[in-house]
Design a protein around this ligand. Structure first.
Ligand SMILES: C[S@@+](CC[C@H](N)C(=O)[O-])C[C@H]1O[C@@H](n2cnc3c(N)ncnc32)[C@H](O)[C@@H]1O
Length: 270
């Protein structure tokens, strides 16, 4: 079994994605989507960005490694009556089922960054995008003080060392790495631009209740709790994450959760 696929099929990421819908829609609204634009959403999950793109008139294909999320995405598209949005299983580091030069826009928001073999990922994104098209990535930033980078940082301290040759997904949040990976796919540095942007996680309960959802539904957090439990350190991990979630909450009352998280927005003009 592909470990990356197993990781994301754990739990039910749709439960976390529910907290990201508002930011997904606001981000896609900035992509200049026009009727009939051909969009590939890579590592699309259950469609947080794919569905808003389709609502704006794009012809959207969502590709994700997790079969449960592909199924959930197709169900959401059906329930919204969006015949111009479909989801299929695939691996961002090997998109052999897709032809060259077919998409006007390749989007990957916190998706392709999690695929192994980042140089292959860059090559595949460039290959399936048409000349004159665009690639837009959203990547979490290593050691950033906001939520997701801190969850992954805290979790890694409770997890066994990664296997030899493992490249951290967070390495996609470093501009020099992005430039190097796209350069190896034939894209010159001047075609790549970067900005810091913010995604907000909104949840209708307390930060501790929001954390409980990560414990049961977010693959990387599930794995961290399994590893911590094996070492008898589960309570320590819980305490660290609970402090993090509560400290990051921007809602003064604390009975609802709104947590902004910074990411690196990458735009590649082909
Ligand atoms: C943090 S989720 C983000 C999902 C979605 N883009 C969103 O914004 O809600 C990461 C997604 O990347 C997918 N993924 C991880 N590795 C992948 C790979 N090698 N190829 C395709 N998708 C992958 C996971 O299954 C998961 O849906």
């Amino acid at each position: 079994m592909n470990a990356n696929k197993a990781l994301w099929e754990k739990g039910d990421f749709t439960q976390i994605a529910e907290s990201m819908r508002g930011s997904g829609e606001a981000l896609v609204a900035q992509f200049g989507i026009t009727n009939g634009l051909k969009v590939l959403d890579l590592g699309c999950g259950d469609g947080t960005t794919a569905l808003p793109a389709a609502r704006l008139g794009a012809e959207v294909l969502g590709v994700d490694i997790a079969s449960n999320l592909v199924k959930a995405g197709n169900a959401r598209a059906r329930s919204l009556g969006l015949a111009n949005c479909r989801f299929q299983e695939g691996d961002a580091s090997d998109l052999h089922q897709l032809e060259d030069d077919i998409f006007d826009l390749v989007v990957s928001i916190f998706g392709a960054m999690f695929a192994p073999k980042p140089f292959d990922v860059a090559k595949e994104m460039v290959r399936v995008a048409r000349p004159g098209g665009r690639i837009i990535m959203g990547n979490w930033i290593p050691n950033d003080p906001t939520l997701v980078a801190q969850i992954l940082k805290i979790s890694s301290a409770y997890s066994p060392p990664p296997p030899e040759g493992f490249v951290s997904p967070m390495s996609w949040g470093v501009e020099a790495n992005v430039i190097e990976r796209f350069a190896s796919a034939g894209v010159p540095e001047e075609k790549i631009s970067f900005e810091r942007d913010t995604y907000t996680f909104d949840f209708p309960g307390t930060p501790s209740e929001f954390l409980a959802g990560f414990k049961t539904h977010y693959g990387p957090t599930i794995n961290a709790f399994d590893a911590a439990a094996a070492d008898g350190r589960e309570a320590d991990l819980e305490a660290e994450l609970d402090t993090l979630f509560n400290d990051q909450n921007a809602r003064p009352s604390g009975d609802a959760t709104s947590i902004p998280a910074t990411f690196l927005r990458v735009t590649v003009a082909l």
